[in-house]
Design a protein around this ligand. Sequence first.
Ligand SMILES: Cc1cc2nc3c(=O)[nH]c(=O)nc-3n(C[C@H](O)[C@H](O)[C@H](O)COP(=O)(O)OP(=O)(O)OC[C@H]3O[C@@H](n4cnc5c(N)ncnc54)[C@H](O)[C@@H]3O)c2cc1C
Length: 417
Amino acid sequence: MVKDRHSDVLILGGGVIGLASAYYLAREGVQVRVIERDKIGAGASSGNCGFVFTSDLPPLCAPGAVSHELARMLVGQSPLFIKPELDLEKARWLLGFALKCSRSHLEHAVAARETILRYSAELYANWFDSGEFDGGRERNGVMMACRTRDGMERYGRTNTLLKPYGLEAIPFRGAALAKLEPALREDLYGAWYHPDDFHLRPERLVADLRVVLERLGVSMEEDCCVETLLGGKRAVRGVVTTRGEFTADGYVVALGAWSRQLARRLETRIPVQPGKGYTLTMQRPAVCLQIPCYMFETNVVATPWKDAYRLGGTMEFSGYGLSINRRRIARIKKSAARYLKEPFGYPLLEERSDLRPMSYDDLPIIGRPRNHTNLVLATGHGMLGISMAPGTGKLVADLVRDVKPEIDPVPFSPDRF
Ligand SMILES: Cc1cc2nc3c(=O)[nH]c(=O)nc-3n(C[C@H](O)[C@H](O)[C@H](O)COP(=O)(O)OP(=O)(O)OC[C@H]3O[C@@H](n4cnc5c(N)ncnc54)[C@H](O)[C@@H]3O)c2cc1C
């Protein structure tokens, strides 16, 4: 039974973005309540591949992306699936994506992503140094494995974009590659290695966050579904949930892929679509990767941890359903077998799908919408929510508290749409 239903700040959504925001607010003495319809961290924030991929600067909407993906879809080689249906929001999203596939957006997005990714990496370092977080972090870098010369050259072009930021990867081939990562198949053309990126176990990260938040006195309401936001254009007055009404002085919407649905009545546009991805978690195979591996041509990811191993991938735009498409799972497995000597471990521990919150310009949406006095949005983190979580949380906390942010918030403003 919840006694006091009012708090300084209500955070809607107990994923990694909501939790990181709660952390930075609570540290400043703000009284915070997190509302989560499931268990804390139960969604995409647990079912992901755990890369903290600071070097992943280019957005998905890069020049040529539409024609490249369409060509791959026609021959059944694309990780992308767009369910054909009459959905105006989705059609607008796709058009927005296509229009952002320009050179000028690429340069803008690379710079903006670098800002929040690097900021997050610095804040992650503080988290780990504090001793409060472990997150199952392993510092082995991240690898882009390329089956073909074409793949190697294409990532090489991406790599030139990273050079001005000092984030470029090192190319490896032949014996040098086999020595660096013996679990890769010998017939791969090569790989690019980012030594400074790292990976973690996302379930452990959200579990650590939970413990720290409890210690800081944050209330976490689980199994509590937000049904409606009360209020209108200028201010939120409260939220109606399956467990009654809650009110606060300030509100943060961190509902991941579901943010758009709930914020609709606030007359704020949140162009976020759910992008479904799958993960398969298993025991480590006998010949297991040391370095987490992105399979460049197929966009499938393999993440090794000390006590488990995960394959993940695909991007399905097929609504909010979480049903598992066996063909997608088969594609992930087939891809892994083309890159790795021993692609599977046994037994299979978990197979699941989760929804990424995809914005069409592939930049997160963080900030106070125009004219709103007490609402901050934090969503649209796409494929990088784990990588961008600490930076987002700190930025959200500064915006809520009207403190000057340490990074420029303008590229992430909800008013850009
Ligand atoms: C297969 C896959 C692999 C990925 N790999 C990586 C990776 O390697 N590195 C990386 O950085 N990112 C990765 N991501 C992306 C990352 O997981 C997401 O960007 C991140 O989890 C988004 O966090 P969030 O808190 O915004 O959303 P979520 O984790 O979805 O949290 C939102 C929360 O809101 C809750 N909620 C929704 N509606 C309501 C409601 N009405 N009332 C109350 N609560 C509600 C949900 O239950 C959920 O817990 C991957 C994603 C997928 C799917």
